[in-house]
Design a binder for this molecule. Structure first.
Ligand SMILES: [Zn+2]
Length: 83
């Protein structure tokens, strides 16, 4: 996994929200936000969760939830899950 910085994360969040990024980019951003208090606050991570995971909002800890988003995005990207 490549590392991205806060600036890149902030630049790409709109594409992130509109599902215009590749699975790898989404993974990088999700991983960054999950480990960066600054970006997590900036992005209102709850909004990201609501957009990306519409069905399974539970009380998982942030890192587990981020992994779940990554898994789900991968599934969508590979065509295994209906949009
Ligand atoms: Zn950051």
């Amino acid at each position: 996994m490549s590392e991205i910085n806060c600036e890149e994360t902030k630049r790409q969040v709109n594409e992130y929200l509109h599902n215009e990024l590749s699975a790898q980019e989404v993974q990088d951003i999700t991983a960054h936000i999950a480990n960066c208090d600054s970006c997590e606050t900036d992005y209102d991570f709850e909004v990201l969760f609501n957009n990306v995971i519409k069905r399974s909002c539970d009380e998982a800890p942030p890192q587990e939830l981020a992994q779940r988003i990554i898994d789900r995005i991968r599934a969508i990207d590979s065509g295994r899950v209906e949009h």
